[in-house]
Design a binder for this molecule. Structure first.
Ligand code: COA
Ligand code: AMP
Length: 634
């Protein structure tokens, strides 16, 4: 089929408001918008101002009312615990209503914040939807973050309640969530007035009298009573959630998502980008703690009336590299969305893809990859072994949905390996030089999006309009800065090459090297440090620290490294995957004192590099190269 993409993109260019007004017809509004786009509101304008709606109603209730009551909404498949469960749309509504009632009993109202710190169990999605039902604003914190990270988020959004579970289950250990939660509440200045804790059979935790409530008990009570909780009317522009993401410092950015624009964009993407029909089974193998989990485990598939999979496991080792194929066959998955790292892990374990042959994947249509650069080797391996097209697409926590992709529902465009393809309607992507001038096709520059951003993208950062402007809008006036460097070729295909800031991407997880440096610098023996992301075959990048010790420290290099690794794990969490701290005498700097991290990274990655003209002492780079050599890095 010839792609309608160019025609649709042009129709959006000619009439953006008309385009999004058309897409908005797929959503049930309580009150329609007075203005599709209000250029005078917010930091760069607001979508669907004047409209009112409820996201939970659109994701759950309307499907129950219109013939999907018995259809599975969620399939929970946990190879790590052996548990499996199917939840129909009507059961989901009952569960969400009961949890909303329990939250309401404890004072949660429209506009209140609720932190959700949970593993990949259905109750995590139920908690998100219960917040949406009440008009409360959820903030999901990934389970791999430590207490201090959780506390930072508690302080920033001051939640009235926290919903959590007794534990998470990783292949090598049970993650004790409750002590982490207790410690986070202890160290945070803002205190939630209550918590609701889901007790898992793998570990029952101790509840604090008067503050902690047992999920099964409080939800069970309302289920038994059949308590009804109406969906609360909210403005389309009211926040649905805050999702914290790494910035360039240890202080994460609270990305705000609104209700109306978010629903419109995600609903549009399900058919037009992923080519999914309502009723089909869609699987995003990610975690609810990340944006992919928000958009494509929970909201996108449910808004579209699909069945979504909550998978608690890993691509390998739970029990083997065939687990993805087993899930696809067993639950009739038509489309899988995951990070390239997952495929690199599978390819490493089963290079011939032998396990794929053990399963019937005849209904499986496409694989979508995002979260990090999809290397052509991995894409081609997946294409060959699975026999389905593999589509890379590029987006960010900030945007919530695809900036550049291959709109399969409009007719797929030819694939160019290494490119996530083209700009989606809503996004005018440009590449500018550092002074903000457009550059020629084929040349590397700063990837920016002309304002306004489309529906679904962040309107601002939580309680931080100034930080939002400084981080995204000020450097290139009239544009949103993605902080990615890339190229647009003569066919309009985009290639994303690297970040332009200190963010690194480890196994599809976005991490701040600045945040790690802050933690390492707090070690009493460390005088100075720098963290860089070094290319890694499996995880894309791995963080590596370079440290200068205070004078007079007598501990061995090994001992110091162990302590620093432990410190990063305790303060940021295991997800940081910080394993290497190399001692050096000096760090390479510019004459104005800026550490030359990008040059260090190029040396570590074996790339060509030039001696920076502004370097203070070129000899230091030789010392750093020597230190890397000693550790077998180069
Ligand atoms: N709760 C607690 N700890 C967690 C966690 C969670 N939800 N998720 C991960 N961790 C821990 C892991 O146990 C590991 O700890 P360890 O150092 O004790 O082994 C550490 O955090 C690093 O985890 P991860 O990066 O997942 O590495 P891994 O070696 O366990 O697995 C992959 C490697 C490639 C299999 C895994 O990263 C993966 O499946 N990636 C898929 C990509 C993905 O989901 N990306 C999300 C964005 S789309
Ligand atoms: P996150 O906010 O965690 O989704 O991370 C967003 C960042 O991940 C982007 O700014 C990119 O640097 C990187 N990224 C995401 N998807 C892709 C992709 N398809 N290709 C290259 N980089 C990507």
């Amino acid at each position: 089929m010839a792609s309608e993409y160019h025609e649709i993109y042009e129709s959006w260019q000619k009439n953006p408001e008309g385009f999004w007004a058309g897409a908005a017809k797929e959503i049930d509004w309580i009150k329609p918008a007075e203005k599709v786009f209000d250029a005078d509101a917010g930091t760069y304008g607001r979508w669907f101002s004047g409209a009112t709606c409820n996201t939970c109603y659109n994701a759950v209730d309307r499907h129950v009312e219109r013939g999907r009551a018995g259809q599975p909404a969620i399939i929970y498949d946990s190879p790590i615990t052996g548990a499996k469960r199917t939840i129909s749309y009507s059961e989901l509504k009952e569960e969400v209503e009961a949890l909303s009632a329990a939250m309401r009993d404890r004072g949660v109202e429209k506009g209140d914040r609720v932190i959700i710190y949970m593993p990949m169990i259905p109750e995590a999605a139920v908690a998100m939807l219960a917040c949406a039902r009440l008009g409360a604003i959820h903030s999901v914190v990934f389970g791999g973050f430590a207490a201090r990270e959780l506390a930072t988020r508690i302080n920033d959004c001051a939640p009235k309640m926290i919903i959590s579970a007794s534990c998470g289950v990783e292949p090598n250990r049970v993650v004790h969530y409750k002590p982490l939660l207790d410690e986070a509440i202890e160290i945070a200045d803002a205190k939630p007035s209550s918590t609701i804790i889901f007790q898992r059979e793998q570990e029952i935790c101790t509840l604090i009298d008067g503050r902690d409530f047992d999920y099964a008990e409080v939800v069970g009570k309302h289920k038994a009573e059949g308590t009804e909780v109406p969906c609360v009317e909210v403005a389309a522009t009211d926040p649905l959630y805050i999702l914290y993401t790494s910035g360039t410092t240890g202080q994460p950015k609270g990305v705000v998502r609104d209700n109306g624009g978010h629903m419109v964009a995600l609903k549009w993407s399900m058919k037009n980008i992923y080519n999914i029909e309502p009723g089909e089974v869609y699987w995003a193998a990610s975690d609810v703690g990340w944006v992919v989990g928000h958009s494509y485990i929970v909201y996108g598939p449910l808004l579209h009336g699909c069945t979504t999979i909550i998978f608690e496991g890993k691509p390998v080792g739970t029990p083997d590299a065939g687990t993805f194929w087993r899930v696809i066959e067993e639950h009739s998955v038509v489309t899988l969305f995951t990070a390239p790292t997952a495929f690199r892990a599978i390819k490493k374990e089963d290079p011939e893809g032998k396990l794929i042959g053990d399963y019937d994947l005849s209904q499986f249509r496409a694989l979508f990859l995002a979260g990090e650069r999809a290397d052509p080797d991995t894409i081609q391996w997946a294409e060959n072994k699975l026999g389905v097209p593999v589509y890379d697409h590029w987006w960010q926590t900030e945007t919530g949905w695809t900036i550049a992709g291959n709109p399969v529902g409009l007719g797929a465009l030819p694939i160019k390996y290494g490119s996530p393809t083209v700009a989606m309607p809503g996004y005018d992507i440009q590449v500018l030089d550092d002074a903000g001038h457009p550059i020629k096709a084929g040349q590397l520059g700063n990837v920016v999006v002309k304002l306004p951003l489309p529906p679904g993208c962040l309107p601002t950062l939580w309680n931080a309009d100034t930080r939002f402007r400084e981080a995204y809008l000020n450097e290139f006036p009239g544009f949103y800065k993605t902080a990615d460097a890339g190229i647009i070729d003569e066919d309009g295909y985009l290639f994303i090459m690297a970040r332009t800031d200190d963010i690194i991407n480890v196994a599809g997880h976005r991490l701040s090297t600045g945040g790690m440096e802050e933690v390492i610098a707090s070690h009493p023996d460390v005088a100075e440090c720098a963290v860089i992301g070094v290319a890694d075959k499996l995880k894309g990048q791995m963080p590596v620290g370079f440290i200068i010790l205070n004078a007079g420290v007598t501990k061995s290099e090994e001992e110091i490294e162990k302590e620093i690794v432990k410190l990063v794990r305790e303060k940021i969490g295991p997800v940081a995957a910080f394993k290497t701290a190399i001692q050096v005498q000096r760090l390479p700097k510019t004459r104005s004192g800026k550490i030359l991290r990008a040059t260090m990274q190029k040396i570590a990655d074996g790339l060509e590099w030039k001696m920076p003209a502004t370097i203070d002492d070129p000899a230091i780079l030789e010392e750093i190269t020597e230190a890397m050599k000693e550790r077998g890095m180069v």
